[in-house]
Design a protein around this ligand. Structure first.
Ligand SMILES: C[S@@+](CC[C@H](N)C(=O)[O-])C[C@H]1O[C@@H](n2cnc3c(N)ncnc32)[C@H](O)[C@@H]1O
Length: 241
């Protein structure tokens, strides 16, 4: 990547690379990551089920997995499901590859570039669950277009989720939670799964704490956890909405 492009990506995503990787992680990125890497097709759509060696019961997609602790634990706990993680931060990618290698996790695939071209290529009704956990908040109003939750990304999520599939969004920034609810409430394709007042203060039963979340909790912050269900389509979920 040219210095100019790199600078552009830096502005958009924050850091792409932090401290130097250990020799072991360098080797894992060189030797193991290529076998896990997901690349959007140049033409046509991607059926994520084809990425895995065996048929997978369900497909999960995590966008911005950070250090990959959540993805690795979910993948290990659900070996019958396939997990795709997207992350641009190389040190985070190396951390996930290391967990996958150490724990011999066979059901993880990784997009180590901008998630959005992959999101654009996902086949309709092909994903069971999407996680957007503690996304970069971009608190300044002039940067609001950089937030991962946008009407356009929600359109993409609604398209790729199966009927009854779930979108999970968590954040310790209440303005981001409000931003998300403002964009989801009233949509015909998503239903907020808040069962009782205040249940968004508690993580779902199968939750795995992320690194960012643990840091927020240690500071005394109170994250919020939103779950949205993809409402059934009228046409059986076969067409792009
Ligand atoms: C605040 S961190 C949270 C990481 C992790 N989910 C956690 O809770 O610990 C947000 C992450 O999203 C990643 N990210 C932001 N935009 C992205 C994009 N378009 N594609 C892939 N990753 C992205 C960033 O690199 C960063 O690691």
């Amino acid at each position: 990547m040219s210095a100019e492009k790199d600078q552009e990506a830096y502005r958009f995503f924050g850091r792409r690379k932090g401290h130097a990787l250990s020799a072991r992680r360098e080797a894992l990125v060189r030797d193991v990551l290529p076998g896990l890497r997901v690349t959007p097709p140049k033409q046509g759509l991607l059926d994520p089920r084809t990425l895995f060696d065996a048929p997978m019961a369900r497909v999960h997609l995590e966008i911005g997995f950070g250090g990959g602790e959540h993805l690795a634990a979910q993948a290990k706990g659900n070996p019958e499901d396939g997990f795709i993680g997207c992350e641009v931060f190389l040190n985070g990618v190396a951390s996930l590859v290391s967990q996958v290698a150490d724990q011999e996790i066979g059901n993880v695939r990784i997009r180590d570039e901008d998630a959005r071209p992959l999101l654009a290529a996902m086949a309709p009704a092909s994903v069971d669950r999407i996680y957007v956990l503690f996304p970069d908040p971009w608190p300044k109003y002039r940067h609001r277009d950089r937030r991962m939750i946008q009407t356009e990304s929600l359109d993409r999520f609604a398209d790729m989720l199966k009927d009854g599939g779930e979108l999970r969004v968590a954040s310790d920034q209440m303005f981001y939670i409000a931003w998300t609810l403002e964009r989801v409430i009233g949509r015909p394709d998503f239903e907020w799964l808040a069962e009782r007042p205040g249940d968004w203060r508690e993580p779902p039963a199968d939750w795995v704490r992320t690194r960012y979340e643990r840091k927020a909790l240690a500071k005394g912050d109170h994250p919020a956890y939103l779950r949205f269900r993809r409402r059934p389509r009228d046409d059986g979920g076969q067409s792009r909405s």
